[in-house]
Design a protein around this ligand. Structure first.
Ligand code: GUN
Ligand code: FE
Length: 423
């Protein structure tokens, strides 16, 4: 048993902070044991690290990003999705057959995740099996948690990145066999890129693999109008885009994340809700690629689990604070657009989505309730307050909106102190 002392803030319920000023949080076997304003006598001997007036918050969780797009971050944001993929993204992703290049990028990526306090993430690697393994090795070495997928794509893409269907399935199965239980915190995830680049045979084969190995699934859904029209052309037999994944056993039979979901039809919303599919809300990316504004309030009301995501390099920042800010801003626009009916997201709601909302994909992650993994950040925000006395709640809001990675002075995953990864 160990303890930390400081100002503890988290969200157990959507949109409501739990705040414990100057309190103790006890950790046993990497999990939260409890929070106390005074240490009970029985725990007098427990070693406590005192962080004084600093904030202790759950580690941030990013449930959708593209590792090999990291070199493109901040670049090529002048096109919509399909031409953006062709012009900027596929040419970068082809490079990951070169393991030396992959190693350099992935080490830098993991350092940046660490810096930004993203303690767990769900990642698309590239089509390359060895590069995907390498990314998993690098994340594991750093002590962070992740699901990492080898991307599958076998149609409607340039030759240099288009896979043979059988080889794509074989490589995926190799990853599941080799890396399924290699690491405790870094696991594989089935990763069809999206319907436009995956044949029905490939999707069905991936559905079978996810079932056989009980592996979760991630993909993209209804991000952009042109994409949706293309899916309709490719699948005239399907009721809608989401049902193409469902027909292949890729929509919630195993835990599933669908990125974006900006333009879902009502029936698709019902389907995602029924199948408990997570939506990875990626507002930076949706704004940069002019995809639109996902109706998050409506999707929440439909009971769909939602987490936040950077979606680099559609998104231009790995910072989950940047993602929270943009999610708040676009929700304001949605509110206006809806005739002020769809209420904007509040700061505690945004914070919930970036912690417990996203963390739920990993199990008991993203909160400090008893039994949750102790993933945490210690925040020194002393340079952020400008003279005025403010509450703990306001200090957290200031950190989100005006802080930087330099305010994060310590990071924990499952109770383990995570030092800066060497690159
Ligand atoms: N849809 C298919 N591939 C991608 C990708 O790499 N980024 C985004 N934003 N959407 C996609
Ligand atoms: Fe994406």
């Amino acid at each position: 048993m160990r303890g930390l002392k400081g100002n503890i803030i988290f969200t157990k319920d959507f949109g409501k902070y739990e705040i414990f000023k100057d309190s103790y949080i006890l950790i046993e076997d990497g999990k939260v044991k409890g929070i106390f304003d005074k240490l009970p006598e029985e725990y007098n001997q427990v070693e406590v690290k005192d962080y004084g007036d600093k904030l202790i918050i759950p580690g941030l969780v990013d449930i959708h990003l593209h590792g090999p797009q990291f070199p493109n971050i901040g670049l090529g944001l002048d096109k919509e999705l399909m031409p953006w993929l062709e012009t900027y993204t596929f040419p970068e992703e082809r490079k990951y057959s070169d393991l030396e290049y992959a190693k350099k990028v992935y080490r830098k990526l993991v350092l940046e995740l660490w810096k930004n306090g993203t303690m767990r993430s769900v990642i698309f690697a590239s089509i390359h099996l060895e590069g995907t393994k390498l990314l998993m090795d690098v994340i594991n070495e750093a002590g962070l948690g992740a699901y990492v997928g080898k991307v599958n794509m076998d149609r409607n893409c340039p030759d240099f990145i288009c896979e043979d269907t059988d080889k794509s399935l074989e490589d995926t199965e190799k990853l599941l066999k080799d890396y399924g239980s290699r690491y405790e915190r870094v696991k594989p995830i089935i990763t069809p890129r999206f319907v436009p680049t995956c044949s029905t045979k490939l999707l069905k084969g991936l559905g079978e693999l996810s079932r056989k190995y009980k592996v979760p699934v991630q993909s993209h859904l209804s991000e952009n109008k042109g994409e949706i029209e293309f899916v309709k052309e490719l699948h005239p037999e399907a009721r809608n885009y989401a049902s193409v994944y469902e027909a292949a056993g890729l929509l919630g039979e195993q835990p599933t994340i669908m990125a974006h979901c900006v333009l879902l039809e009502e029936e698709e919303i019902e389907l995602l809700s029924k199948n408990k599919v997570f939506i990875a809300h990626s507002p930076n990316s949706n704004s940069n690629l002019a995809s639109g504004i996902a109706p998050i309030r409506k999707l929440l009301k439909a009971g769909i689990p939602i987490g936040l995501a950077s979606d680099i390099s559609g998104g231009h920042s790995l910072s989950m604070c940047s993602v929270m800010i943009e999610a708040g801003q676009v929700s304001n626009m949605k509110w206006l657009e809806s005739g002020k009916t769809e209420a904007p997201l509040t700061t505690p709601e945004l914070f919930y989505l970036a912690t417990k909302g996203s963390g739920a994909f990993f199990g008991k992650v993203g909160s400090f309730e008893e039994g949750f993994e102790f993933d945490a950040l210690v925040i020194d925000d002393s340079d952020l307050t400008v003279l005025k006395e403010i509450s703990l709640e306001e200090r957290l809001q200031k950190f989100i909106y005006t802080g930087s990675w330099e305010n994060i002075i310590e990071r924990y995953v499952s109770g383990e102190l995570i030092k800066e990864p060497k690159i």
